[in-house]
Design a protein around this ligand. Structure first.
Ligand code: SF4
Length: 448
């Protein structure tokens, strides 16, 4: 999709530029040393743009220090400020960061005041050549929009177009837009609607693509790839982030793979495919287990989501770390990959669906190990949607569609949610998983 050109520091996003790979620190921005160290690690692993959370006005200064320290080391990777719930922080940090991500759903509660604050924000961005991301998430659409359109892809598109019109009204075009969701169908539909609406409007801003709160491990990777590759394969997408509940450096091999594949720099290791009715049988000769996973998720995610196919079978082989060729024909790994791709495309659910944020400077507990324990203890709850979220500020709003949610409050305390309602608050961390499981079991008994 031909878009406007956006400048973020030294980088170009959109137009004919290659897909830009980005990630986000999970350090506390107030811990300048740790944040600088993580930025260096991410830069060395291939991140072309790095985002950090800016939860307080004081963190504006911390972000300035981080940026200055990186520049001293010769690292001019553009730094993006992630701002929620405070238009004043957005205005302040626009003078410091290369780009500011705002979430229209929480920029300001009052829409008229939001417009006035946004105009102030844009003036600072113009003065300092700062780019902006209008970053909407399915789980955190404002009440005004959901009252009008429900919690739907259409609502996401309408909200994005409203804020893009505000950019146009303010004669500001250094803007990227994103519409993320954890549900791949919602996310894909939202991006398709947005692309059509921008084309119809005649002003096409570059698009940031991602599946938010995708989780971790193979499942998180496959879900991210299925959603992101579907949109990229349709020519929509100029910058990407793969969000994993893991150290952020782990996101980069997956994001770089996607960027390379959709920039035409690499091809699938699939050597042949036989289509019978709506079943595809694909034969691979993959150079690694990881590569097989990524290739197969790209090859079949879109076709399954669009119902061009109903079933896939993975055959052939991959080479393991010892250089041995491992046959896939009839193997457990092939069956597992088929199940995971079907679940990521939302065609068949063979286990619970998990929503877990990647964590950021707002996370106050060990999100990754907690998420892994929750997964282990709930693996029997097929079809249920369970969320594990890093903070109480954004977590409850972001876990759209979850049946149950574990939300870190800070201070070693946790809230447990049933749908959107907090059922238990301020539970000590060490008791929280047991309490969550007990509540789920009791609820199941009551429903039986
Ligand atoms: S929900 Fe997770 S990623 Fe989002 S702000 Fe909170 S801790 Fe950070």
């Amino acid at each position: 999709m031909k878009t406007l050109t956006v400048k973020v520091g030294k980088l170009t996003i959109g137009s004919d530029a290659p897909i830009v790979v980005q990630t986000m620190c999970n350090t506390h921005t107030a811990d300048v040393d740790a944040s600088v160290a993580q930025c260096i690690e991410l830069h060395e692993a291939g991140a072309q743009m790095i985002r950090l959370t800016v939860p307080t006005l004081k963190d504006v200064d911390n972000l300035a220090q981080i940026k200055a320290r990186l520049l001293e080391k010769g690292i001019d990777t553009p730094i993006v400020a992630d701002v929620h719930f405070s238009s004043e922080i957005a205005i302040a940090v626009a003078a410091v960061a290369d780009k500011v991500r705002i979430n229209p759903g929480n920029f300001h509660r009052d829409h008229e005041k939001a417009k006035a604050q946004f105009a102030r924000f844009i003036e600072v961005c113009k003065t300092h050549d700062t780019a902006v991301r209008i970053g909407l998430n399915h789980g955190s659409l404002g009440e005004r929009i959901t009252n009008l359109y429900g919690n739907t892809p259409q609502a996401m598109k309408e909200a994005a177009m409203e804020w893009l019109e505000m950019c146009i009204d303010n004669d500001f075009y250094n803007v990227v837009v994103s519409l993320k969701a954890s549900n791949t169908l919602v996310m894909v539909e939202a991006y398709r609607l947005l692309a059509s609406a921008m084309k119809e409007r005649g002003v096409v801003f570059p698009v940031h693509i991602g599946v938010t709160e995708a989780g971790n491990g193979d499942a998180g990777r496959i879900k991210s790839i299925v959603g992101t590759s579907t949109v990229l394969s349709e020519g929509i997408g100029d910058t990407i982030r793969v969000s994993l509940t893991e150290p952020p450096v782990n996101e980069l091999p997956v994001a770089c793979y996607l960027a390379d594949r959709y920039d035409g720099k690499l091809h699938s290791s699939m050597v042949s495919v036989k289509i019978e009715g709506k079943k595809a049988t694909a034969t691979y000769c993959a150079p690694s287990r990881e590569r097989l996973l990524m290739d197969a998720a790209c090859d079949f995610g879109k076709r399954l989501m669009d119902h061009d196919l109903d079933e896939i079978e993975i055959c052939g082989s991959y080479t393991d770390e010892q250089g041995q060729e491992i046959s896939l024909d009839g193997s457990d790994y092939a069956a597992y990959l088929e199940d995971e791709i079907m679940q990521a495309a939302r065609r068949r659910f063979y286990r619970p669906e998990y929503i877990a944020c990647p964590g950021c400077g707002r996370t106050m507990y060990n999100l990754e190990s907690t998420f892994n324990t929750v997964k282990e203890r709930t693996s029997h709850l097929k079809g249920m949607v369970i969320a594990v979220m890093g903070c109480i500020v954004n977590g409850p709003g972001e876990m759209a569609d979850a049946d149950w949610g574990y939300v870190g409050e800070g201070n070693h305390k946790v809230s447990i949610y049933k749908k959107k309602t907090p059922i238990l608050k301020h539970i000590p961390e060490e008791e929280a998983i047991d309490q969550l499981i007990a509540l789920i079991e009791k609820d199941k008994e009551n429903q039986a």
